[in-house]
Design a protein around this ligand. Structure first.
Ligand code: KIV
Length: 271
């Protein structure tokens, strides 16, 4: 007789409770079913279907070209692979900045068609009404401040943000506004560690950092980067936990050698 193991799903309430209890939150990106299964089995709390799929999955230089249909496709694959982790999906560039209604429609499509449990949007006060509308529809929202890659053409570089006083003050005000609007968490990307610490201490909702130091309530990395799958990408904030790219090159070379040399398949690998 098989015993069905009941897996308790991580929810936005669990994420808020982790901050209250001082438990660090783990988040990694995922774009496909198999990766989602592996990260879920490892006990990662949140799988972020990041629009970084545009970079690491599709090979674009920026995140701008990825569409809502593309993101729904990735998010639905991840949602099928995740049994425990909360699945959080990015709304892509151009689908939520234009108007409250446009943002609402994009978030509803993501939730209905992908099975994700929450959405992430880049920006603060300038999109606060759009965020409120989405939250009022019962859709949990995670904010994203600091380096917001969808604004790369405004910033000009992928460098550290909010080093200057004025930008740091705006970021603090944005973070409070996101909390007041009802966001359940906020990603802080590539900002000074001291600023991330101050923001983290000023909020009741958790901060999830990437290149924002160790005082955030949780950490997120792009899975391809931390697995060493992204070729020639090693920013200061990144810790690589394996060398998948070189491992794949070696495996593919070995396979080619075996096929060309006639040793694959052998008699145990045929019917
Ligand atoms: O798209 C993404 O992967 C992200 C993370 C870098 C936070 O937004």
């Amino acid at each position: 007789m098989s015993v069905n193991k009941i897996i308790k799903r991580i929810t936005t309430s669990s994420i808020l409770a982790m901050k209250a209890n001082g438990e660090k939150i783990t988040m990694l990106t995922a774009y496909d079913y198999s990766t989602a299964q592996a990260l879920d089995e490892a006990g990662i709390d949140v799988l972020l279907v990041g629009d970084s799929a545009a970079n690491v999955f599709a090979g674009y230089e920026t995140t701008l070209p990825i569409t809502l249909d593309n993101m729904i496709y990735h998010a639905s694959a991840v949602a099928r692979g995740a049994k425990r982790a909360l699945v959080l999906a990015d709304l892509p560039f151009g689908t939520y900045q234009g108007s409250v209604d446009e943002a609402y429609q994009a978030a509803v499509r993501m939730m209905k068609e992908s099975g994700a449990q929450a959405v992430k949007l880049e920006g603060g006060l300038e999109i606060i009404d759009n965020i409120k509308k989405i939250i009022n529809a019962g859709i949990p929202v995670c904010g994203h401040l600091g380096l917001t890659p969808q604004s790369i053409n405004k910033f000009g570089t992928f460098g550290v943000r909010a080093k200057e006083e004025a930008e740091a003050e705006k970021l603090k005000a944005d973070a409070l506004a996101l909390q007041e609007a009802g966001c359940f968490a906020v990603v802080l990307e590539k900002i000074p560690a001291q600023l991330a610490k101050e923001v983290t201490e000023s909020l009741n909702i958790p901060t999830i950092g990437i290149g924002a130091g160790g005082d955030c309530d949780g950490q997120v990395l792009v899975v391809n980067d931390m697995l060493g799958f992204t070729k020639d990408f090693k920013p200061k904030f990144l810790r690589q936990y394996m060398q998948l790219y070189s491992g794949m090159v070696d495996a593919a070379r070995q396979y080619a050698e075996d096929v060309k040399g006639g040793s694959f398949p052998n008699e145990n690998e045929q019917y």
